[in-house]
Design a protein around this ligand. Sequence first.
Ligand code: ADP
Length: 250
Amino acid sequence: MIDLTANTEAGGAAVRLDAVRFDYGDMAMHFDFAIEPSSIAAIIGPSGAGKSTVLNLIAGFETPVSGRVFIADQDMTEVEPSQRPVSMVFQDNNLFAHLDVAANVGLGRKSNLRLGEADHAAIRDAIAKVGLAGKETRKPQALSGGERQRVAIARALVRNRPVLLLDEAFASLGPALRHEMLDLIGQLHTDTRMTVVMVTHHPEDALRLPSTLFFLENGRVAASGPARELLSATGPALLRKYLGSQELSL
Ligand code: ADP
């Protein structure tokens, strides 16, 4: 059983999908790859390739037909999502409109919001880390889109899990805000050394942070390696084909 009080300061956890098979109708997926502890993994690929499914398998929202999911070398395949050492941020940040910033962050700590002093301290710390100090009593509607995503990130941070999953978390933001959020994730990664797994449909996101790229196609990893190498002009042909005329800029 994973120690859920484990502090992210202690670093990230390795994530391994070991001969995982998963089917959606006609779509047969097969994942067999590992993400290094404390690394940043960027998962890219065409729509329908299985990117969200990978995150759902890691988070436990989906269960493999066969194969095992390991986190920190522990078999998580049968473990409930709430018991896994991961937190997840979605594109739609699921903030409660009637709760202020502090309470929305506090939900990551305790879903009944019965918070003790240590919880309040963790909440204050997370709010400061994402740059929202002074906005604790604001309601979500009084925040910008970028600030709302900062609240969602702070909510993930107070959970103190060694793996952070981002499912197109910044896709609805414009380029400048998206870059700001990626820089925040980079900074939090440097501070906590948590393992970050991000699904993005912007390949340049993988270049903004020092990432390992996993390129998915038809329900499997078709190429993986340092993003800078894979996305360069001398990268694999299948990636150059996928990127087509997309311009990659930082
Ligand atoms: P991506 O995130 O790369 O766009 P997904 O992981 O969402 O891909 O989906 C992979 C495949 O599984 C797609 O073919 C998609 O149509 C199918 N799929 C995803 N979710 C469901 C679902 N709930 N029911 C049936 N098929 C699904």
